[in-house]
Design a protein around this ligand. Structure first.
Ligand code: PLP
Ligand code: COI
Length: 355
């Protein structure tokens, strides 16, 4: 790509990331590119971060024709900048786009755009432990069209936000509650796609859970309301002896997390049996009752690993591992973040150095 660069008149002051709420501060520049039905992808550019000017009739506002991604840039102890499995985010965005009838951005263009923007914004990658530059690519249909004829003009843009921990407490136990009423995704729906609508329909239950003293919700399948799916912004794993269980993604109603995929590889290398399968919430309750489930954690880019210290199932609270981070969650967190921040050797080819 021939990426045009437009210099900002002035640069912003960088904040103390340890005091910043996740996702609330944005860097100086953003990547932008248009797509039109006649001209394809065009005019890749890195421009000062600014408001968008769009028609109130733009498709995205009415029919949610939008998909996004989330990834991070890390600063190593030597001051180098690196990213994690950017190609996987590129593949997932293309698959999400296909589900929403948006144009598939070629994976190589996605990677090039992310790398180019992070390279320009390298000074925004913080250096305090546990901090990173969160990178948010978005693809949306912006042509005015109340009749929903489909995307004729799309915008692909990427913004960056320096972040600390997703949850205010960092690697601390979280309390989550099984959602009994609302449904996030169904088979044949959009659960596997990272589209805004999945988060919009999840908001009410999440808000209610927070109002009731929980950090997040655990979604069940939308048909039988019995099988575990995922947490609001994370996949979920259960440790039982030498086995780690996680919901299968073949149903199409769970987001195929890149952290999930990486952790499965790490667990197998460490000799654990990983079962990707249907997980009945009543069996989880029974296993918790019998003390057979020793650890539960959520995993995702923003949260990394989030140990679940309390799980509410059908109105009953189960405390896991005395509401303390378990040894396996801790070990996985250390290994994964070690690879991401460059203190543990990357033997998998997961790291993308940024020049
Ligand atoms: N599930 C949902 C609903 C998410 O929003 C995320 C976060 O991106 C994940 C799972 C974890 O995916 P990843 O590990 O690729 O960030
Ligand atoms: C991520 O983990 O990158 C996400 O997109 C989750 C979001 C709720 C912050």
């Amino acid at each position: 790509m021939n990426i045009r660069f437009e210099k900002a008149a002035a640069l912003k002051l960088k904040p103390d990331v340890s005091k910043v709420k996740f996702g609330s501060v944005y860097s100086d520049y953003m990547f932008m590119m248009d797509w039109t039905v006649d001209g394809g992808w065009q005019d890749p550019r890195i421009v000062p971060f600014e408001d968008l000017s769009l028609s109130p009739a733009a498709l995205v506002f009415h029919y949610a024709l939008e998909v996004f991604e989330g990834l991070k840039a890390y600063r190593t102890p030597e001051g180098k900048i690196q990213m994690f499995r950017v190609d996987e985010n590129g593949k997932r965005m293309a698959n999400s786009a296909e589900r929403m009838s948006l144009p598939r951005l070629p994976e190589e263009m996605f990677v090039e755009a992310v790398e180019a923007l992070v390279s320009v914004e390298r000074d925004w990658v913080p250096d305090q432990p546990g901090t990173s530059l969160y990178v948010r690519p978005v693809l949306m249909a912006v042509n005015p069209d109340l009749a929903l004829h489909g995307p004729a003009h799309c915008l692909f843009f990427i913004i960056c936000s320096p972040v600390g921990s997703y949850y205010a407490g960092g690697l601390q136990c979280n309390a989550i509650r099984v959602e009994e009423q609302d449904v996030r995704a169904v088979r044949g729906g959009t659960g596997f796609a990272k589209c805004g609508g999945n988060y919009a329909c999840a908001q009410r239950a999440a808000n209610q859970a927070v109002a009731d003293g929980y950090g997040d919700v655990l979604w069940l399948d939308g048909v039988e309301r019995r099988f575990v799916e995922e947490v609001g912004g994370m996949n979920i794993m259960f440790k039982k002896g030498n086995t780690v269980m996680t919901p299968q993604i073949a149903t199409g109603s769970v987001l195929p997390g890149i952290t999930r995929k990486s952790i499965i590889e790490l667990l197998k290398e460490q000799g654990y049996t990983v079962e990707e399968k249907k997980i009945d919430i009543d069996e989880v309750a029974k296993d918790l009752e019998d003390g057979k489930i020793e650890e539960i954690w959520g995993c995702g880019t923003a949260a990394v690993i989030s140990p679940v210290g309390k799980l509410c199932i059908h109105g009953k609270d189960y405390v896991i591992n005395n509401f303390e981070t378990g040894p396996l969650a801790r070990k996985l967190y250390d290994t994964l973040t070690g690879i991401q921040w460059g203190t543990v050797e990357d033997t998998h080819g997961w790291i993308f150095p940024i020049q």
